[in-house]
Write a protein that binds this ligand. Structure first.
Ligand code: SF4
Ligand code: SF4
Length: 276
């Protein structure tokens, strides 16, 4: 039975415990410092802030596999204003664009339905980065490979839930079998609608063949930057000339990488594999 997550944004408080838990469990690089001491000044000086939100990581990256989106709907009268929060990550698509376009089959579905990047096979073409309709998967200059959430592949294959779901203090993120989670999501949507939340909606049942990580949203998907109809490139694009050339280059890249690994010229840190 496929596993996944239901993210109920209606009860997310934006605390970012999930984001921290993800970093900790997966050993991801920390954020740059936000304050530094300047000689001669009594207080630390702020830097490295986005400057447009209380959210200071801003987006998903090769070292931020989870990102809590802050949507600040504040009108100029500050009447009826609200903040929406959404803990975002890889959607673990059934029809996964990243997997479809990878010329060396480095991206795989596991037996539990989650999508993982095989770090030992990735040759860093970045084709998956461009193909993902959600802007999730990112290239790392440090490892020269692409990275994203694995749905805690190591944890779930050892009887545990995801680290983010475990850490969430409000129950906004639930891990489990997709069918059970959908039943819970349907009931929660009905409850919110009965309370007058007319804009509440479920996202992810139909997109990209069905997302194993799906969401209860409090406004239209576009408000959260989610496409109503994501475009998913298919394997048949391998027949295009551009992709054939990319495949050839990827093959050459793979040979170079393998030779570097064999000769020991790839630093140890670059060989680190995705957990699980
Ligand atoms: S959200 Fe993007 S990175 Fe994740 S499985 Fe879907 S296409 Fe791949
Ligand atoms: S831990 Fe839960 S409540 Fe806190 S930001 Fe993440 S999803 Fe929201």
């Amino acid at each position: 039975m496929p596993k996944g997550m239901f993210v109920d944004t209606s009860i997310c408080t934006g605390c970012k415990a999930c984001q921290v838990a993800c970093k900790e469990w997966n050993g991801l690089d920390p954020e740059p410092e936000h304050f530094r001491k300047v000689p001669g000044t009594p207080y630390p000086v702020a830097f490295n802030f986005t400057g447009n939100s209380y959210d200071n990581t801003g987006k998903l990256s090769a070292s931020d596999w989870r990102h809590v989106l802050f949507i600040e709907q504040i009108n100029y009268r500050r009447v009826g204003s609200r903040w929406l929060f959404m803990s975002d990550s890889c959607k673990h698509c059934t029809d996964a664009a990243c997997l479809n376009v990878c010329p060396v089959s480095a991206i795989e579905h596991t037996d539990m339905g989650n999508v993982i990047v095989r770090q030992d096979k990735c040759v860093g073409t970045k084709l998956c980065n461009k193909a993902c309709p959600y802007g999730v998967i990112k290239f790392s200059e440090k490892t020269r490979t692409s990275h994203k959430c694995t749905l805690c592949n190591d944890r779930i294959h050892n009887g545990l839930g995801t680290a983010c779901a475990k850490a969430c203090p409000t129950g906004s993120i639930s891990f489990g079998e997709v069918a059970d989670l959908k039943a819970r999501a349907d009931a929660r949507l009905a409850r919110l609608r009965s309370l007058g939340e007319a804009k509440a909606n479920l996202y992810g049942y139909s997109q990209a063949g069905g997302l194993k990580v799906f969401y209860l949203l409090m406004d239209k998907p576009e408000v959260y930057g989610l496409p109503e109809n994501p475009v998913v490139p298919q394997r048949r694009q391998v027949s295009s000339l551009g992709t054939k050339i990319s495949t050839l280059l990827a093959g050459i890249g793979a040979l170079v990488t393998l030779r570097r690994r064999a000769s020991g010229s790839v630093p140890e840190g670059e060989r680190r594999e995705t957990n699980g």
